[in-house]
Design a protein around this ligand. Structure first.
Ligand SMILES: [Fe+2]
Ligand SMILES: [Fe+2]
Length: 278
């Protein structure tokens, strides 16, 4: 069954006009009748406005999946829940959803984690399904669970969390990808890609049983060294997917590399783009 991905929120708006951009990500992923909202952007304003402008009905969702707890992916959730009518979709996230996510900002800690509490969700009648293991949403549709870090480096430099009373490096184990099987191929959807591109892709191929067909989402190469960007571009061209649509935190240097290395598979996308596969 083909997959359709509508980019509702992204940093980049390819055809400016009535659509809004912000530093964040939100994708509507559809396969047949199944409708999954993957992330909610940073504030909710572009999400609601762009959905309205594009004629996307956010009242009809089966799942809301939060790729990880960073506010540029979770920050639009409360606005969305306030604006929605109809029965609540199932909210799926990692167990660490409510943990602080700290970055150093001029010598001070700044929390860039989810800007709501479990109580806020309960007040809206939402009890999130918090996972660590892979979760099957439908035949051939999986949420990754924690992505093993055995195939390549992760992308979580400069991120910290309190652990046992001490500040320690945050390995962002809450980073969850979404995988959809199309024929014998896998469509891999990432939020920020903190778990590392190779780890995310290989885990999906093993979990769903197929080879990489499409990769859509944030690859978090914005601050990476050129050497690492070349390594990722080399890895992806060796996998020869038919479509790569880098979004959000992929960064301009990675776009240059991928657009020249991936040939016709590379797809420049942003808020307002519709990506169809299969
Ligand atoms: Fe992000
Ligand atoms: Fe992130």
């Amino acid at each position: 069954m083909p997959v359709r991905i509508t980019v509702l929120v992204d940093n980049f708006v390819p055809r400016p006009g009535r659509l809004m951009g912000e530093y964040g990500l939100s994708l509507l992923v559809e396969r047949g009748d199944l409708r999954i909202l993957y992330d909610t952007g940073a504030t909710g304003e572009p999400l609601l406005r762009n959905a309205r402008e594009m004629g996307v009905d956010l009242d009809r969702l089966d799942y809301i999946v939060l790729s990880h707890r960073h506010a540029d992916h979770t920050g639009g959730l409360m606005r969305l829940l306030e604006a929605r009518r109809g029965n609540g979709p199932v909210l799926v996230a990692h167990h660490d959803l409510f943990e602080p996510a700290l970055v150093s900002d001029g010598g001070r800690w700044r929390d860039i984690g989810a800007p709501f509490t479990e109580g806020d969700l309960r007040n809206r009648g939402i009890r999130p399904l918090l996972i660590r293991e892979p979760l099957k949403l439908d035949e051939g549709v999986w949420i990754s669970g924690e992505v093993p870090r055995d195939r390549g480096p992760s992308h979580a430099e400069g991120m910290f969390r309190p652990r046992d009373g001490r500040m320690s490096a945050d390995d962002m184990m809450d980073d969850l990808a979404l995988y959809l099987k199309v024929g014998d191929e896998v469509v891999t959807v990432t939020g920020c890609g903190h778990a590392g591109v190779e780890n995310i892709v290989e885990h999906g191929e093993r979990l769903v049983g197929g080879r990489l067909g499409a990769l859509v989402g944030g690859l978090h190469l914005l601050h990476s060294e050129d050497r690492r960007i070349e390594e990722v571009a080399g890895y992806l061209s060796s996998k020869a997917p038919r479509l790569v649509a880098p979004l959000h935190c992929t960064g301009p240097r990675a776009h240059w590399q991928l657009s020249s290395r991936m040939g016709r598979a590379y797809r420049l996308s942003g808020a307002g783009s519709i990506i169809e596969y299969g």
